[in-house]
Write a protein that binds this ligand. Structure first.
Ligand SMILES: C[S@@+](CC[C@H](N)C(=O)[O-])C[C@H]1O[C@@H](n2cnc3c(N)ncnc32)[C@H](O)[C@@H]1O
Length: 212
């Protein structure tokens, strides 16, 4: 299957829907357990008023228009942004962006969510405004846009002296014996396949500071 726009603005790489939200919630819990600290960049979270962006956030327990009696109302409400807020010793301002509006409704205090593709120019007024720009398991969504363009745009959002942190997967098809096409069915099969072959997904986290 290919993206009709070629830009992944129709989000052909990552699925959309309730099962995908479930998968992302579970994945977040596994990664949190492995990483312990969600923020590895040496940001001083004790200093109040930091501006923190999570791009491709896919955050939120509720899909838009999900009935209030849906099982999703029982899903723990925080993914990355809310878990960071929960452990931060001071109050900060949090922004989440994505091309799928899986945002908490209503947004928690001090959190703002809006639609923004990483392949598109960001609003000019956001340049150099964030103390931390975070992006996790998102770059495959760049589609045909060069990764360098996407990452350069993210760095532009960082304040001088601020930090960017990125986490991505090390894709090794041999480890799980799946072809690229078979990745389509990966969400349903991942635990079974990984157990059978004794494989695992590796991921890495890098962070860097923008010069003053
Ligand atoms: C694998 S999920 C990761 C979500 C979240 N960052 C996490 O770590 O749990 C990938 C996310 O990228 C989003 N996405 C895909 N293409 C995008 C694009 N062009 N711009 C912004 N977000 C995109 C998807 O909607 C999805 O929420």
């Amino acid at each position: 299957m290919t993206s009709t726009s070629g830009l992944n603005d129709d989000n052909i790489i990552f699925a959309a829907g309730e099962k995908e939200v479930d998968r992302l919630q579970l994945q977040h819990e596994i990664m949190k357990d492995a990483m312990k600290d969600l923020i590895k960049a040496p940001l001083n979270l004790s200093k109040p008023g930091l501006q923190i962006l999570d791009q491709a956030t896919a955050d939120g327990p509720l899909l838009p228009n999900t009935p209030q009696n849906s099982a999703h109302t029982n899903i723990p409400s925080g993914i990355w942004l809310k878990d960071v807020a929960a452990v931060s010793p001071a109050q900060h301002e949090y922004t989440g962006t994505d091309i799928e509006p899986y945002y908490p409704v209503p947004p928690p205090a001090h959190m703002t969510f809006f639609d923004q593709s990483m392949t598109k120019p960001w609003p000019a007024h956001m340049n150099a405004t964030f103390d931390l720009v975070h992006s996790r398991l998102a770059l495959p969504g760049a589609g045909i846009t060069p990764i360098k363009t996407v990452v350069t745009q993210l760095i532009d959002l960082v304040k001088p002296g601020g930090w960017i942190q990125q986490t991505e997967m090390v894709y090794n098809p041999n480890a799980v014996k799946l072809s690229f096409e078979e990745l389509d069915t990966l969400p349903e099969r991942v635990l079974k396949e990984l157990n059978e072959v004794g494989g695992y997904w590796q991921f890495f986290t890098i962070w860097g500071r923008k010069e003053d």
